[in-house]
Design a protein around this ligand. Structure first.
Ligand code: KIV
Length: 271
C-alpha cells in the first residue's frame, strides 16, 4: 500500500482510523529541519523527535544526558519543516519523573515552544498520574513500554525485554493502564513478536513497534540506523535501506582529493 496523499495532515484521529482499516503506520525519528523535510515529503505518518538525539546527534552513550531545552531545539527545527506528518516529542529523562506537575509543565513547554502535536513518555503504572494530567490539559500522549532506554542502568542491558511471564504480564497491564488513561498510541520496544501481537489485538489504540515484530499496527526506526549512518549498530530487528556512512565517506574523500589537487574550484565554479 502506498502513501495516502489524500491525507493533508496526519492527526490522532487518522492514526486511529489507520489501525481500524488495517493500514500500517510509518514512523521514523527526525531531529533537524532538512531531514524532516525529506521524510515529510516522502509521506511519513509520524515523525518522532526522539531522545535518541542524545546518542545520534550529540554522541552520548545513553539517552539520559539530553535536556528539555535541547529537545525543544530539535523539535522546533523539525516542526518548521513539516506539512503532513504528525510530530511527537520525547519527554527527556529528568523532565517528568519528579511529579505530575513537573511532567505537565515539561509537556506544555514542548507544545508551546515547538508547535509539535504530542509527546511520548517512557513507563507504565509508575507514571500514570503524569500521563493523565498531561492528557487532561489537551496534549496527546504516546506511551513507550518494553525496552525503555531511559532506564538502561536499571535493566543493565539492551537485551530483549519481557521474555519472562511476569514481565510480559506487567507489560500487558501497563499497556491497558496507558490506554485507559487516554494515550492515543503506544510504542513497544524490543519485545517478543507474539507478546506485541497480543497487546495490539487487545488494545484498540495503535501499537507501534521497534524490534517488536510484524503483528503490530506500525513500525518506527531511528533514522541514522535506517539510513546506515551508524556503522556499528546492527541489531537483528533493523532493516538498513542505505549505507549512507560509506556514501558520505566516499563523497568527502573525493572533495578532499579535489581540493588538494587544485581541481576544485575550476574556472566555471568561480566568479
Ligand atoms: O528516542 C527514540 O528514538 C525512541 C525510539 C527508539 C522509539 O524512543
Amino acid at each position: 500500500m502506498s502513501v495516502n496523499r489524500e491525507i493533508k495532515r496526519v492527526t490522532t484521529h487518522i492514526l486511529q482510523k489507520m489501525k481500524l482499516d488495517g493500514e500500517k503506520i510509518s514512523m521514523l525519528t527526525a531531529y533537524d529541519f532538512s531531514m524532516a523535510r525529506i521524510f515529510d515529503d516522502a509521506g511519513m505518518d509520524i515523525l518522532l523527535v526522539g531522545d535518541s538525539a542524545s546518542n545520534v546527534m550529540a554522541g552520548h552513550e545513553t539517552t539520559l544526558p539530553i535536556t528539555l531545552d535541547q529537545m525543544i531545539y530539535h523539535a522546533a527545527s523539525v516542526v518548521r519543516a513539516i506539512k503532513r506528518s504528525f510530530v511527537v516529542v520525547d519527554l527527556p529523562f529528568g523532565s517528568y519523573q519528579g511529579n505530575s506537575k513537573e511532567a505537565l509543565s515539561s509537556a506544555i513547554r514542548i507544545m508551546k515552544e515547538t508547535g509539535a502535536h504530542g509527546i511520548k513518555i517512557e513507563g507504565g503504572e509508575e507514571i500514570i498520574e503524569s500521563v493523565k494530567r498531561i492528557i487532561s490539559a489537551g496534549v496527546p500522549v504516546m506511551g513507550h513500554l518494553g525496552l525503555t532506554p531511559q532506564s538502561i542502568y536499571k535493566f543493565g542491558t539492551y537485551a530483549v525485554r519481557a521474555t519472562e511471564e511476569a514481565e510480559a504480564q506487567k507489560l500487558i497491564e501497563d499497556a491497558k493502564l496507558l490506554r485507559e488513561a487516554g494515550c492515543f498510541a503506544i510504542v513497544l520496544e524490543k519485545i517478543p513478536a507474539l507478546l506485541a501481537k497480543k497487546v495490539a489485538e487487545e488494545l484498540r489504540i495503535p501499537i507501534i513497534g521497534i524490534g517488536a515484530g510484524k503483528y503490530v499496527d506500525g513500525q518506527v526506526l531511528v533514522m541514522h540506523d535506517m539510513l546506515g549512518i551508524n556503522k556499528e549498530f546492527k541489531p537483528r530487528f533493523l532493516r538498513q535501506y542505505l549505507n549512507l556512512y560509506d556514501t558520505i565517506l566516499g563523497a568527502t574523500k573525493n572533495y578532499i582529493k579535489d581540493v588538494k589537487a587544485k581541481d576544485f574550484p575550476n574556472d566555471k565554479e568561480q566568479y
